[in-house]
Design a protein around this ligand. Structure first.
Ligand code: NAD
Length: 369
């Protein structure tokens, strides 16, 4: 007979196979010492998320913050003091092409407003450095393709900050799905949103954000539907609703609902919004069983369960795991379970283009990803 203990053991067993070993794990076991290669990273854009990534990287073994690129000298000074960054590794938005001549920086992590990613990534690639870029990789698929081409031409890697691709409960649900534990996958629901504040911020400026909630938070449902279902959609339909035309100006979406069809016949139904707090839920159903995550994409702890019970993995800081794993991808050619390269991000941009087209035209849009 299966006991609760058997069940918990079964759930925690794959932890052993997890690829990630952060410094705090090493600290817990002083016999383990990491003396392999380290990815030396400069962060571009010292805003809210840049700060979060920098903090999290302090617990990495394979990734190290060594430089900054910012337009604000006072922020550079603060970061230099906090992270022990030498003057020679500090740049601004005018002179960062000079990183080309800096042998102590391997990669640049672009964490600026969405509209700046395209040009900044291409400049970093031309400087011969690997690039990690925040989501959304660009404003549209055309820009995304140009970024991929530039990185290929410069022979540098392009990765995108899809931190959920390394999150243990997410990976466990993907493993269970691949093992057929849910049966034939038939339906996914992804609900992503928060109430956005300050109306003057760049996220509500079409020129800098490229859109509204869909670019910022809805992309989690887009990307999530692909890694949860395990297929790429072949059609999309979408409907936009707006309750506040002052805050959400022309071209800045407040709420969009969208639906996908997948080659297997599975469908997805998703919602992206800037008007509802605590909306962060994934639900996957096969013809046999279900998986549910709530919260599903926030900074965590992520909570996940299936009809067998709760997933028991401990919380890990997403950005620490992401940076550790990305260092492995860049330095050692490691292959993640779910890709995080430019091609993966381009698929999301093609879907975003199609969703906006569907809201404009009311038509069902066919996709070829
Ligand atoms: P933020 O406003 O807090 O920071 C943006 C930074 O870019 C600031 O330091 C700002 O000074 C700088 N900047 C440079 N040029 C600018 C310009 N022309 N206008 C405005 N700011 C300019 O934003 P954020 O929340 O850090 O978001 C930055 C990027 O990170 C976005 O692409 C966002 O989608 C992404 N992000 C990802 C996650 C995630 O979980 N992966 C979370 C938050 C943000």
């Amino acid at each position: 007979m299966n006991t609760r203990r058997d069940f918990l053991q079964k759930l925690t067993a794959p932890l052993i196979a997890l690829p990630f070993l952060p410094r705090n794990c090493l600290a817990a076991n002083p016999d383990l010492k990491y003396d392999g290669p380290v990815l030396r990273i400069a962060i571009m854009g010292l805003g809210s998320y840049g700060n979060r990534v920098a903090e999290a990287m302090q617990s990495c073994t394979k990734a190290k913050l060594v430089g900054v690129i910012s337009g604000t000298p006072s922020k550079i000074k603060t970061w230099q003091a906090k992270y022990n960054i030498p003057d020679k590794n500090c740049y601004n938005y005018e002179n960062f092409d000079q990183v080309k001549n800096n042998p102590d920086i391997d990669a640049v992590y672009v964490i600026t407003p969405n509209a700046l990613h395209h040009d900044q990534v291409i400049r970093v690639a031309k400087a011969g450095k690997h690039v990690i870029c925040e989501k959304p990789m660009a404003l549209n698929a055309k820009e995304g393709q140009e970024m991929i081409d530039a990185c290929k031409k410069a022979n540098v890697k392009l990765l995108v900050g899809y931190r959920m691709h390394f999150e243990p409960k997410t990976l466990e649900i993907i493993r269970m799905r691949n093992a057929g534990e849910f049966g034939k996958i038939l339906f996914f629901q992804g609900l992503c949103g928060f109430r956005i504040g300050d109306p003057t911020q760049w996220r509500l400026n079409k020129q800098l954000a490229g859109g509204g909630s869909l670019m910022d938070i809805g992309i989690y449902a887009i990307n999530g539907s692909r890694y949860m279902v395990g297929e790429d959609p072949v059609w999309v339909m979408a409907q936009e609703t707006k309750t506040d035309h002052v805050k959400f100006k022309e071209g800045v979406d407040e709420t969009i609902q969208f639906q996908f069809g997948f080659p297997s016949g599975a469908t997805a139904s998703c919602l992206s919004t800037y008007s509802m707090n605590n909306l962060d839920r994934f639900f996957l159903n096969g013809d046999n069983e279900f998986a549910e995550m709530q919260p599903s994409t926030g900074y965590g702890p992520i909570k996940g369960k299936t009809n067998k019970g709760e997933l028991m993995y401990p919380h890990v800081t997403h950005q620490t795991v992401q940076m550790e794993e990305m260092a492995g991808i860049i330095l050692e050619g490691k292959q993640p379970v779910v890709p995080v390269d430019g091609g993966e991000a381009l698929k999301d941009l093609k879907i975003i283009d199609a969703i906006y087209e569907a809201t404009r035209t009311g038509r069902k849009i066919d996709l070829k990803l």
